[in-house]
Unconditional design. Structure first.
Length: 322
């Protein structure tokens, strides 16, 4: 039996993903078996029959792990409810006709939605021109608002008085909440006219990597925000309180497929609820450090800049006046 002098090591556990306890246990078994097999293969007087039996058993274990991963993935996607807003009409010979619900289509292209026609057409499984024909037939218009630069500047100035540290995306959202759909370039030029210095300062913001989730409710991120506790904003950090607010969110938005949180004691009851509801051994609750829970940490940046920091300064000034 000819063997290479050095064998490669098994891949390390990924630092950016949390494996379930069963997967970690299986990885430990494979790693231990591999290490022992390498040591045995490097001996000249190894038992060939025992080595063949060990290799066969290790192969069966790897196949079972792969099957378990496929079953777990199928179990997750089987609980996804896809709402279809297209019905099929058969009017005679030939290909059946797709019909889109007009109320749903009007809501999808309304001014407060940020959905392009191409993305909407891809989601409906039709060509963009077909979607345009439906918009014309239902008299649903996906047009930009007819607003002058002067009126746009007035709204921009009003917004900057309310949110002086906010930028382009917040301004676009502000306009959409008022039923206005304005080209991004026009909004940017309006910001430059009203707040040119702020535009220059915001250009030096750190570029973050894109966040991706396969669908809504695929994963929720949770963490506590304690910047206002000093003034009685929250009187406890108990696990029962966190679970109560979590269940209130579930009643509104539905249950997530997975939760991501840190190892704080306040998250225990939520983790137990998720594992009982979604099932064990599938990552129903993903444990990890707070510093790697980037989505919720990024949210705290927005909460601080748009809300908490201003109130902290207000309360601190009141304390100095006493």
């Amino acid at each position: 039996m000819s063997c290479p002098p050095h064998f490669p090591e098994l891949p390390q556990t990924p630092a950016t993903f949390n494996w379930s306890p069963d997967v970690l246990k299986a990885y430990g078994i494979i790693n231990s078996s591999y290490t022992r097999a390498v040591a045995l293969l490097q001996q000249e007087d190894g038992d060939d029959d025992w080595i063949a039996l060990g290799a066969h058993s290790l192969g069966k274990l790897m196949v079972q792990l792969e099957r378990s991963a496929i079953v777990a993935d199928g179990r997750e996607h089987a609980k996804v409810n896809n709402i279809d807003h297209i019905r099929v009409e058969r009017t005679g010979r030939g290909r059946p006709r797709k019909v889109v619900e007009p109320v749903w289509l009007a809501e999808a292209v309304s001014s407060h939605r940020k959905i392009t026609l191409q993305a909407l057409a891809d989601a409906l499984g039709m060509h963009r021109n077909t979607l345009r024909n439906y918009l014309k037939m239902y008299r649903v218009y996906n047009r930009y608002s007819d607003i002058s630069d002067h009126d746009l500047d007035i709204l921009t100035r009003r917004f900057k008085r309310l949110k002086p540290s906010s930028g382009l995306r917040y301004l676009i959202g502000f306009l959409r909440t008022h039923g206005l759909k304005v080209q991004k370039e026009r909004v940017r030029k309006s910001l430059c006219r009203i707040d040119g210095l702020g535009q220059v300062l915001r250009k030096h913001a750190i570029a973050r990597r894109d966040y991706y989730a396969p669908r809504p409710n695929a994963v929720w991120h949770m963490d506590g925000h304690h910047k206002m506790i000093r003034w009685g904003d929250s009187n406890n950090n108990r696990a029962s309180t966190v679970l109560r607010y979590f269940l209130e969110a579930v009643q509104i938005w539905g249950a997530p497929s997975r939760m991501r949180g840190d190892r704080g004691g306040e998250n225990i009851e939520v983790s137990v609820w998720m594992i009982r509801y979604r099932g064990p051994n599938r990552g129903s609750f993903l444990w990890g450090t707070s510093t790697r829970n980037t989505r919720i940490e990024r949210l705290w940046v927005e909460v601080g800049s748009q809300f908490a920091r201003r109130w902290r300064g207000f309360f601190l000034r009141l304390e100095r006046l006493r």
